[in-house]
Each structure stands twice: as C-alpha cells, then as structure tokens.
Design a protein around this ligand. Structure first.
Ligand SMILES: Nc1ncnc2c1ncn2[C@@H]1O[C@H](COP(=O)(O)OP(=O)(O)OP(=O)(O)O)[C@@H](O)[C@H]1O
Length: 591
C-alpha cells in the first residue's frame, strides 16, 4: 500500500479532519477578529524594516566616501555616529514590534485552544469510543503543540520576514533596478520545487499525524491497562504493538523528511544565487562606471539582508504546512455532529418507555432488533440473557448514553436524546463498574452533578452510601485532594463516591450494568448495602449476570439475539417454562 493510501485509510478510522477551505475560513475569521492589533503589529514591523534600511545605506556611504580617497575624518565620524543611531533605533523598534506580535499570538492561541477544548468535551461518547482515545489525545497534545509553535513564533516570524523582505526588496530595486536584476533568480529557482513540495506535504503530514495518534493510543492503552498487562504477561504483545506503531510513524516521517530533503537544496540555491549574482553583476556595473561604488555596496548588502528573513520564511512555510494539517485535525473535532439536540421539551412524568428500538454499532449490523419495554415507576426490572445478547447495549440506550438508530426511548413522553445532558442525568443514570476519581478535592468530586450542593448535603450523600466514616477519617475530610497523585482511594471507596454522586444527582431511574461483579465478595456485600440505599424509591433496571438479582426483581426481561424473548415476573416466567425457566433450573442445580 502506498504511503498516501495508508494515510487515507487512517483518516477514515479517526475523528473527522476539516477541509483546507474550512481551515482557511477559520484563519480568515481569526484575522478579522484581531484586525486592529494585527494592523498595529504590521505597522511596527514595517517601521522596524524601514529603520533597518538605514544601516546598509550608511555603510554604502562610508564605502563610497572612503573609496573617493578624499574622505575627511569628520565625515566618517558623522557617518559612524549615524550608523550607531540607526542600530539603536532598529533595536528599539524591533523590540516593540516583536512584543506586540507575541501578545497577539498568545491571544489567538488562547482563543483557538478554548474553542478546541469546548468542542472536545462536547464530543458524543460513542464517537470517542469509536475513534479511540489515542486520536483525541494526539490532537490535544501533538496538534496543539504544532499550532502553538506556529502561532507563537510563526506569526511574528512571517510578519517580520515579509515586511523586511518587501521593504528591503523595494529599497534594492529603488537603489538600482539594474543591479537588482539577479533578485529574479530566486523565484525562478524556487517556483517548481516549492509547488511540488506544497502539493505533497499536506497529505504527508496528515499521514504523519495519524501515526502519532496510533502511537498515543497504544501508549495510553498500555498505561491504563498496566495491571492487566502485568497480570496476564502481555508485555511482549504490547512491545510488538509499540514496535508496529513506531514503524508506521517511522515510515511516515521518512516520507515527509524525504520531501523536505528534495526541497531544501533548491531553497539553498535560491538563497545564494542572487547574492553571488549581485556581487558579480553589481561589481561589474560599478567597475564599468554604470553605477557608483556606494550604490553597488548598498545593493549587495540589501540582498544579503534579504537572506535571513527569506530563510526564516521558508522554514516557517514548512512549519505552517505542518500546523495547517494540525489545524484541520483540531477544527475537525468541531465537525462531529452532536448525537442529541435539546428541544427544551419537559417530561410529563417519570415513566421510561422503550419503543421498537433498533441499534447498530456498525452500519447494516443491528444488534438490537425492535426492542419494546415499558418501565413501571418504582419497579425493579432485571435484564438477563446470554453473553452478547445486547443487554449492555440496551442499558446504554435506556440511560440515554447513545440514541437509537430507529424507534424511541422516552421519559415522560420526551425522547432521551431531546433532553439537555444535565436534565437527562437528573432523570436517568447509568451505573457501571467504571468509576473515575477526578483530580481535586473529595468535595469537588461529589459536587460534579450538583455544583451548588452545600457541605451538609455532601456529607448526607456520603452517609446515605455508608461512606461517611472513611470520608471523615481522610486527612482533610471533604477538602482532601483525591484522584491521580492525591490521597489514594480503594476501588470500593471510589465506587461509593460514585454512588454518593448519584444520590446528589437524584435521578428517578437507574440502569445498573453489573455494578458489583468485579469486586471481591466482601467489598461487594458492603457495596450492595450502599447501593441498596441509593436504589430505594427509584425505578431500577438491573443488567443481571447473577440470577438471584432476577429472582428479587419485580419483573425479568430475557434478552436474546437483540430481542426481548420473555417478559414477566420470576414466577410467571417459571410457569411459562421457557428459556428463563431453563436458565433458572441450570443455575439452581449448579448452585
Ligand atoms: N462498542 C462496540 N462496537 C461494536 N460492537 C459492539 C460494541 N459493543 C458491543 N458490541 C456488539 O453488540 C452485541 C451486543 O453486545 P452487548 O455488550 O450489548 O451484549 P451483552 O448482552 O451485554 O453481553 P455481555 O453479557 O457479554 O456483556 C455483541 O454482538 C457485541 O459484540
């Protein structure tokens, strides 16, 4: 497979990538929004470039005066004084110009980063899961870094270089159009190689970025699953994955380095040809007497002065090309369509209803085939069935994590996906085995669902889940920093923290997805007591993998092959003698 078709393959698997037109439009909007400061920056740099012209002109005068052989020492002194003043003025104006462009760059960068963070946190969970965390991580780190470099150093460099090149170029031509002719060599040498480079570099850099995303994904997965890697002896497998991801990055980098290696020599030729040209050509013109020595000297110095900014401009062009692909990845995050649009409709009651729901993770492959279920407020419904039947998928849909492909899941008559997320979480919540403790105080962690909760309410929520004792025993109580790097919490404590958050969110319906199955039995019993307190008075859907949960439930739904095969109370289903009765008998006999 060619590098570029590989790149396209990568792009399909990752989050969207904005088109070049979207990137250009966004840059246009940014420039328009910062029009005034940008104009000020341009004027300062223009002034710096004009002041900078004085130096070569004065040197030209010194050379011209000295070569006449009749120079008075006072004339030379005056010129040297002028030169010193020109250098001082250039330094001062350049300092002000650079400072103003740095301030502008920081403002633009902050705006871009805030926009990205806002889009990233709004991403639908299903999209992040499908794309993998590596891609999002790479966009948050590598891409933001690339853009930050270009905005912080690129904008100032481009502005300085363009104005210097423009002003110096015009001054050179004004000094002597004839002597400035070798300047034309530069565009002649650069045109074709630069066009080719720009055509290939964009896709090449996109490919490179995609391989970084893959590498990040493998690294993040390995760190997150370090305990599993260790327990199952998966180091060799992880190493092989790393090696493959690194090889892919290496191939991508080789490709883009190859592009640069073929482009750079032409840049070098384009730099030095006009200097050598003006030196020879200007020298000959002065020798012939067509122009004066002072003019020839000034033209050669001007052309030489063009070299640095041109060099910086060209190397920035490469960085800009790299950052433009980063920008298309950053802006691409905002192109993910929302998976829900709040309509403002308010549920009329607490009834959750599933109506002919179909759902597919991959197009054309439904895993739920027209599921309908009506929950009775306050009941406990156990969902049982063989592995892969669609229980967890149904649970996610009933909690509004994903929207159905067709059909409706409503609460009080309003589809879950029509509710604001905050509103939804006050109606129905999913309880899983995954309980993230965020870095912050215990109080911060508890207040996530209800930022306005008082300390007393937090303590009451902890008490409700039997967690008050250990929470009080923490070094600083509610103010103790927990989460990565903070005071360590046990797995059971982290789960209780999540349950206390649920008490504060106070949804009327809970979907439990095997919430206690991974804990050791003692912790599980303790946690079940805490859970029991949270469940009281709420409608509960328990995705059950132990049948005794089903036995205790008001009703049992047997899901098989993405359909509700049986629905009724434990006794009714036993009497019906269907698949539930068979499952129950085999479980009881095993027990
Ligand atoms: N993220 C996903 N991407 C693609 N397919 C998925 C995904 N999650 C689940 N599936 C598929 O959907 C089907 C239903 O899976 P689901 O996890 O809902 O079943 P389950 O009844 O909860 O199984 P288990 O009891 O083993 O957890 C399975 O065929 C599964 O392979």
């Amino acid at each position: 497979m060619s590098p570029l078709s590989l790149r396209t393959d990568h792009a399909r698997r990752t989050l969207p990538i904005a088109s070049g037109r979207v990137v250009r439009e966004h840059v246009g909007v940014l420039l328009r929004e910062h029009r005034r400061p940008l104009l000020a920056v341009l004027l300062w740099h223009l002034l710096a470039a004009v002041v900078g012209l004085a130096g070569p002109w004065v040197i030209g005068q010194v050379v011209g005066t000295v070569t006449t052989g009749r120079a008075a020492i006072t004339d030379v002194r005056v010129l040297v004084g002028l030169l010193a003043a020109a250098v001082l003025a250039e330094t001062a104006v350049t300092w002000v110009a650079r400072r103003s462009s740095f301030v502008l760059s920081e403002q633009v960068f902050a705006q871009l980063r805030e926009g990205f963070v806002a889009s990233a946190v709004r991403l639908p969970l299903s999209t992040v899961e499908r794309a993998g965390t590596g891609d999002l991580l790479a966009r948050t780190t590598n891409d933001i870094d690339a853009i930050s470099y270009v905005i912080r150093f690129g904008i100032p460099t481009v502005v300085v270089s363009c104005t210097t090149v423009l002003v110096t170029g015009v001054a050179t031509v004004l000094a002597s159009p004839l002597a400035a002719l070798p300047l034309l060599l530069t565009p002649l040498v650069w045109f074709l190689p630069t066009r080719r480079y720009l055509r290939l570099a964009g896709p090449g850099y996109l490919w490179e970025h995609a391989t970084y995303a893959r590498l990040n994904g493998v690294a993040a997965e390995t760190v997150e699953g370090a305990a599993t890697v260790d327990a199952l002896g998966l180091s060799a497998e992880r190493e092989a994955r790393f090696a493959e991801a690194i090889r892919e990055s290496h191939d991508a980098e080789r490709y883009t380095v190859g592009l640069r290696l073929r482009w750079f020599p032409w840049l070098e030729v384009g730099f030095f040809a006009p200097v050598a040209g003006t030196l020879l050509w200007g020298g000959w013109l002065a020798w012939e007497g067509t122009i004066g020595v002072a003019t020839a000297t000034a033209v050669v110095l001007y052309v030489q002065r063009l070299l640095d900014p041109l060099g910086e401009l060209m190397s920035m062009l490469d960085e800009i090309q790299f950052a433009a692909t980063s920008m298309s990845r950053i802006l691409g995050v905002a192109e993910v369509p929302p998976d829900r649009v709040a309509t403002g409709a308010a549920p009329s009651d607490d009834r959750l209803a599933v109506d002919h729901v179909r759902y597919a993770y991959r197009e054309g492959r439904d895993v739920l085939h027209g599921v309908s279920l009506d929950l009775r407020p306050g009941e406990r419904l156990a969902v049982v069935g063989p592995s892969g039947a669609g229980k967890s998928t149904l649970g996610r849909l009933m909690a509004g994590v994903d929207g159905p492909r067709t059909g409706r899941i409503t609460v009080g008559g309003v589809p879950l996906v029509d509710l604001e997320l905050d509103e939804l979480r006050g109606q129905v919540a999913l309880v899983t085995q995954e309980h993230h403790v965020f870095v912050g105080t215990l109080a911060d962690n508890l207040r996530l669902p209800r930022p306005a909760a008082t300390d007393d309410e937090l303590l009451a929520a902890l008490d409700a889940v039997d967690a008050l004792d250990w929470a009080r025993a923490l070094p600083e109580g509610l103010a103790t920093t927990v989460g990565s790097g903070g005071h360590p919490l046990t797995e059971a404590q982290a789960q209780q923290l999540a349950l206390a958050r649920l008490v504060l969110a106070d949804p009327h319906t809970l979907v439990l997805d095997e919430a206690t199955s991974l804990l050791d039995p003692r912790a599980a019993r303790h946690l079940e007591r805490s859970l029991g307190a949270v469940l009281t008075g709420r409608t509960v859907v328990a995705i059950a993998h132990r049948l005794h949960t089903a036995h205790d439930a008001d009703r049992v739904a047997v899901v098989d092959g993405g359909r509700v095969a049986e629905l009724g109370s434990h006794d009714e289903l036993l009497a019906a003698d269907g698949s539930y009765a068979a499952l129950w008998r085999s479980w009881r006999d095993e027990g």
